[in-house]
Design a protein. Structure first.
Length: 358
């Protein structure tokens, strides 16, 4: 009798532990799927269409979500125009009319289908060192091609006196707008500035207003994304690495390599925390980086102290990252350890670009 009761109690205890672990794992996995999310326009059809696209882009292996069109278009059939991994616009055959090299525009994309008596037009022109610049325009469906050409304009030039009912929704964008169509509804998506660390997507519809109809966030809304890196060794090493990259004393010209590294790693830190599978591969090998950092550390006592601190923080940050993945995604210990080792190395190497020959 006592044995049976004891066994029953033990079994109940084990079941409660297993249930608790399963619930905890379910909660962590659920938490890992909390982004992207609609922070406005959650009840709009356009917002829901754009969110489906954003989720596919978020899960893509492409480091920048706005360049994930190659992967997204094969999974989300509502996409009819997007930006691919070569930073070029792709469009679905039969869904877009394309005009090339016309009136200083390298491309003009005109949506064929009409929605609420309107359709979208995407323009693209080359702005010297800035590269390709794009805009999203909403035009009445009764405008001819010549009339459409008369209402669009390049950034920095005067707007046409007669817009013929057209509305420029956004312009001067480095990223190509995405357009989707589904179940009689269409939306145009501004994927934001390329340097914005997993920045918001702004969604436009055919609601006769120039205001966005929805907004999609890929992480919590903060002014400084560095604050989203977990406090402790991870956050400390992020700030230390940023300090080591530093601000150049001399003007580095239009290319601004140090500034580009700062911007790139800010984006990659968000990938590391929220979508690490997309981290990609850094330019330099770890061996080449360490060899050059050792040389650099001999330049002053400050550099030596920073390098020594880096060596102390690195294994601590790797351990914390493994715990972050366990908590956020519910992965097993072995997977978390392997992932943190791989992707901590990737973010570390991304901060440095040395000559490949050392």
């Amino acid at each position: 009798m006592n044995f049976t009761l004891g066994a029953s109690l033990a079994l109940s205890f084990l079941l409660s532990i297993n249930t608790g672990e399963a619930q905890a794992k379910k909660k962590s996995v659920s938490k890992g799927n909390d982004y992207p999310r609609l922070v406005s326009g959650a009840n709009t059809a356009e917002g829901k269409i754009a969110l489906e696209i954003a989720k596919a882009a978020f899960k893509a292996n492409t480091p920048r979500v706005w360049e994930s069109g190659d992967e997204v278009k094969d999974k989300v059939k509502s996409v009819i125009l997007c930006q691919n991994s070569q930073v070029e616009a792709w469009h679905k055959e039969g869904a877009i009319d394309t005009i090339k090299d016309k009136d200083d525009f390298s491309f003009i994309y005109i949506q064929k289908n009409k929605f609420n008596k309107n359709r979208f037009v995407v323009t693209q022109y080359n702005h010297s060192w800035r590269g390709d610049i794009r805009a999203l325009v909403r035009v009445p469906d009764n405008l001819s091609q010549d009339e459409i050409l008369s209402v669009i304009h390049r950034g920095g030039t005067p707007e046409p006196a007669d817009k013929k009912g057209s509305q420029e929704l956004f312009n001067d964008s480095w990223s190509s707008p995405w357009i989707a169509e589904k179940d009689g509804v269409t939306c145009g998506i501004d994927t934001g500035h390329p340097a914005g660390p997993l920045g918001d997507w702004i969604v436009y519809g055919m609601n006769e207003k120039t205001d966005p109809i929805a907004t999609i966030a890929f992480h919590p809304q903060v002014t400084d994304t560095t604050s989203l890196i977990p406090k402790g060794p991870l956050n400390d090493i992020a700030r230390l690495l940023d300090s080591i990259v530093g601000t150049p004393k001399a003007d580095q010209g239009t290319l601004n390599p140090s500034g580009r590294i700062h911007a790139d790693v800010k984006y990659l830190w968000m990938d590391l925390i929220y979508r690490p599978w997309s981290m990609g591969t850094a330019y330099n090998t770890r061996t080449n980086i360490e060899r050059n950092l050792i040389k650099w550390s001999k330049g002053s006592k400050v550099y030596k102290a920073q390098y020594d601190k880096l060596k102390v923080l690195y294994p601590q940050a790797e351990t914390q990252l493994a715990q972050h993945y366990k908590t956020r995604f519910g992965w097993g210990d072995a997977k978390c350890k392997e992932a943190s080792k791989l992707w901590m190395d990737a973010i570390y190497r991304a901060h440095f670009v040395f000559p490949s020959d050392g």
